[in-house]
Design a protein around this ligand. Sequence first.
Ligand SMILES: C[S@@+](CC[C@H](N)C(=O)[O-])C[C@H]1O[C@@H](n2cnc3c(N)ncnc32)[C@H](O)[C@@H]1O
Length: 316
Amino acid sequence: MKILKSEIDIGMEIERLSMKSEWRNKIIFGDCQNMGELEDSSIHLVVTSPPYFNAPFDYPDLFDSYKQFLNMIRNTAKELKRVLDEGRIAALVVDDTLIDGKKYPVVADITKVFIEEGFKYREKIIWIKPEGFIRISRRSGVILQHPYPMYYYPDNLQESILIFQNGDFDYKSISKDSKMESKIDIDEFQKEKWYLSVWQITNVLPNNNRLEKGIAAFPEEIPYRLIKLFSYKNEVVLDPFMGSGTTLKVALELDRKCVGYDIDLELLKVVKEKVGLNQATLTNDRPDFEVIIRKDSKHLRTKLQQKVKDNHNRRQ
Ligand SMILES: C[S@@+](CC[C@H](N)C(=O)[O-])C[C@H]1O[C@@H](n2cnc3c(N)ncnc32)[C@H](O)[C@@H]1O
């Protein structure tokens, strides 16, 4: 005899189904040291680029000290460990920062922090920018003015893409269908030389007429490769330092879901435009998206850019 389900059972089932189908991508303005909106193990991939420690052309004096910067990185690493699913990847685009002739070993220190917080250090890829496309660091000019020993500072063409893993990945946990629909295009892989630990990719120049003006945005090609290489379709990609929203945009284009955090509320319009949300209103008009503005968000960009201008004028 067929057993009829009670109304309560049916009601619960419908709610479960609608919860499943009602995943909402999230844009959250607030400090990513607290990602309380996200459940444990709910994220399948992190692709991000933290603020370059007090970099003179992007974040002058954003942090009181290098120690404070590393503390922020550690707290974020703890949260990433919590929200990332077992065996999944956190990829960080980072670089050492040169301030007043002193280099801060950001790449080494972030690696150490992530290992200390329980991540496996899986890989390092070097991102090389084309010569002539350098945005700020024409440091080699010093030796042209002073062609003597000790004046040497090279122009910096590279950044590191650090790949951390949250324990071991269970390859058997992925269905055959998921594997098939997320298959990597081997022709593209070979042609674009994804197989090398050095990736040659043109960087984004934050010119005045670009959406990314005043934001140290990375090129779409970086999240494009990482998302294809380290996540399956319909999985959730997180960028805790979303900036203009490059990771979110690419994740959506590749049929993944996305979550982004940024502390700077002044980026709201830029992010909405980049991910294709209506910019005209602050309210959420796309049911597949929610925009959360927390009390700990700040207004940063205008102040930072003014400081960059002031510093530039002082040097002239
Ligand atoms: C290098 S940018 C990211 C750029 C981004 N990858 C893009 O393509 O546009 C770093 C971002 O981190 C944000 N940020 C700095 N501290 C933060 C924090 N504690 N929590 C969340 N975002 C933060 C900055 O406002 C900045 O937009």
